[in-house]
Every structure is written in C-alpha cells, then in structure tokens.
Design a protein around this ligand. Structure first.
Ligand SMILES: Nc1ncnc2c1ncn2[C@@H]1O[C@H](COP(=O)(O)OP(=O)(O)OP(=O)(O)O)[C@@H](O)[C@H]1O
Ligand SMILES: [Mg+2]
Length: 346
C-alpha cells in the first residue's frame, strides 16, 4: 500500500500511502506508524505522510495478494450489495435493525436476504416468526432460504433444535459460514444483510475474508462509552479492509405518549462516531415499545406500524442506504441528441 517514497538530499522523507477507502478509520495509525518507522532510519531528518486511494483494480489485486477472493465465482453473483450490521458490543439492536432494515428495503421495492451470522445467539428466525423448520434443498443440492414477509432468511437456527446452544470451533465456524454463502440459493438480491454477532471476533473476520466487497454498518447507542466500543468494530473493519458505509444510532431517546422526551442513553454518540469515521449517520432510532414487541412477535415493526417513530427512523436509514448503493445508469440508445449532454433518467 506504499505508493511512493521520496527522499530529499536534506534527509526529508515523503511517503504516500494508498488507502482502501477515503474514510479509512485507521488513517492516523498509518501516519504514526510510518513516521515512527521511517524516523528510525539513519540520516532521516523529517517524515511527512500523505494519502491517496487505491483504484478498484488495485484493491482487487491487493485482495488477491492477501489471499482474499476465495469465494468461488458465481456463489453470490446475483447479489448486488452485501451489508454487514455490526457493533463492538452486544444488545445494541443489531438484529432488530437488520430485520427492520430488510423490511424497509423490501417496502422500497428491493429484493432482500438476511444471513444470520450470529451462529451462537441467532435471533433472526424469531424476529421473522420462524421456528426451527428445515429449509428445503433444491435439485442442484443448494439450500433454499426460507421466505418470510418477502425476505429470504438463512440462519443456523433452522438446523438445530429450538433454543439449543451451538458450540463452534474455529474451522467448523469458517466452514459453516462459507456454506451459508456458497451453498445457499440466494438467487437475485438487491441487498444481502448480514446480522453479525456482538464483538469483533472470528465471524466478522471470516466474513470479511469471504466477502471483500461487503460494506459495514455500525450500530451504536448514544452514550460516549458505547461509541468507544463501536470504534473498535470500526478499527476491525479497517484492519480487514471492509468499507464502512455508515453509522446508525439506536436507542436514541424515549418519548412518552404525552410527548415528554428522555435521553435514557445520553446523546450525540452516533454523530460523533460518524464524524470521526467520516461516514454518514444514517439514522437515529428512538426507543419504542412496539419495536421490541414486534421483534418478539415475529413481524418487523416497519411492516405493521409505519407511523411508529422507530419505524420511521429505520425507513429513513434505509433510504440513506439506497442513496449510497451504486445504481446502474440508463444506457443511451444511439447518438445523444444535440444540445443535451447529460443522460436523462427514464
Ligand atoms: N430502539 C429500540 N426500542 C426498543 N427496544 C429495542 C430497540 N432496539 C432494540 N430493542 C430491543 O433490545 C433487545 C436487544 O436488541 P437486539 O437483539 O436487536 O440486539 P443485538 O445487538 O442484536 O444483540 P446481540 O448482540 O445479542 O446480537 C431486544 O429485545 C430488542 O427488541
Ligand atoms: Mg443480535
């Protein structure tokens, strides 16, 4: 990732480092490390560090060098966007947001799948009203995801006794996740949302390895301590070169039916994390009882009560996701009419 090193006769050294993404959360780490290491070389007087961004071709070449891209071609060929929903710690609402974002994207006309990658504490089946039914297998011996409320769902919960504890060791975990991606007939999807387990452990690393094109959405609560924990998730994403698409603040305040507001978990954590990572704050989702009740009942709130403030905030976040995703521009047929130089959306 070192683009260039210029050494002046005076001993001044200028290093340019190419980042995988302009919003790289560990930019400062690079500056410090390069300055420190180059500074130890005899004769070096001063070190300056500058950054540019790797092109897509360079990025995929780098991924190959690092042993990435091990997914067989075609496994997710018809999946346009992969979004991993993660956080540094547990219980901040990743699964609730994953299922409701899936609902919101579905309502916006997108085809959506959810991979429940929380193999220990899977909760997506319950949030979609699914038990431990076994998904069918196609004649091509692919596992067919279970459709619930128009969303294709895959979870380890379908393969174990209801509420059974699952114990995984490293290699088996890697195998299971690989299978969830390779051997599942995901078909055509606009979005595959991946519900990550809490923390920055094995699952996230494995997925990052299998899905170098995935983007990361970080969920945090509003208090500054939670933000510190969420930053670790961001650093992890940076280490494995996953791009961070944005931050969602969850549990941002509670409003009583009479309209009185309580900032139970403090304020501002989502915005400061987003600022720090230089990514958008996609939404601030308030605490509401129906969001929890609907999750327990098995239908995402966004489907049942679009007016609930939490449902509205989640739909807003989904629109942000839509706005960021690459769109295919309409192809102009024949020569462009004179006088009009911009392609017009049809
Ligand atoms: N904005 C909210 N308002 C009310 N309840 C919420 C909200 N967000 C999440 N919850 C509730 O908080 C609990 C934890 O949420 P959830 O399971 O989605 O978190 P998680 O981050 O996926 O947890 P884990 O780390 O264990 O996977 C659930 O009971 C959920 O219904
Ligand atoms: Mg969860």
């Amino acid at each position: 990732m070192v683009r260039s090193i210029d050494i002046a006769p005076s001993g001044d050294v200028h290093v340019t480092v190419s980042l995988t993404t302009a919003g790289c959360p560990i930019r400062n780490t690079f500056t410090e490390a390069v300055t420190r290491e180059a500074g130890t070389v005899a004769g070096v007087q001063a070190v300056t560090v500058a950054f540019d961004v790797l092109s897509d071709t360079e990025k995929s070449a780098l991924q190959k060098t690092l042993g990435r891209g091990s997914m067989p071609a075609g496994a997710l060929a018809q999946v346009n966007n992969v979004l991993c929903i993660g956080s540094g710690k547990g219980g901040v609402g990743k699964s609730t947001l994953t299922s409701n974002l899936a609902a919101a994207l579905t309502l916006d006309g997108k085809s959506v799948g959810i991979l429940d990658a929380d193999v220990w504490g899977y909760s997506i089946p319950r949030m979609f009203g699914l038990g431990s039914e076994r998904p069918p297998v196609s004649p091509e011996r692919k596992i067919i995801p279970i459709q619930a409320h128009g969303v294709k769902v895959m979870s380890i919960g379908f393969f174990v006794e209801e509420d059974a504890a699952v114990v995984w060791r490293g290699p088996m975990l890697h195998k299971a996740l690989t299978q969830f991606l390779e051997d599942v007939a995901w078909g055509e999807l606009d979005y595959l949302l991946v519900d990550l387990p809490p923390g920055t452990g094995d699952v996230s690393m494995t997925l990052a390895q299998l899905l170098p094109q995935a983007q990361f959405i970080i969920v945090t609560t509003p208090q500054p301590t939670a933000q510190k924990v969420a930053r670790r998730a961001a650093q992890m994403a940076g280490k494995v070169s996953l791009e961070i698409a944005g931050v969602i603040e969850n549990m941002a305040g509670f409003a009583t039916p009479s309209g009185e507001r309580f900032q139970i978990f403090g304020e501002g954590g989502g915005q400061s994390l987003a600022d720090e990572l230089d990514v958008p704050l996609l939404g601030k989702v308030p605490l509401t009882m129906p969001l929890r009740e609907q999750a327990d009942d098995g239908t995402p709130l966004v489907f049942t009560d679009p007016d609930d403030p939490a449902a509205q905030a989640i739909r807003h976040a989904a629109r942000g996701i839509l706005a960021m995703s690459p769109v295919e521009l309409p192809v102009l047929q024949g020569p462009a009419p004179t006088g009009i130089s911009l392609p017009m959306a049809g």
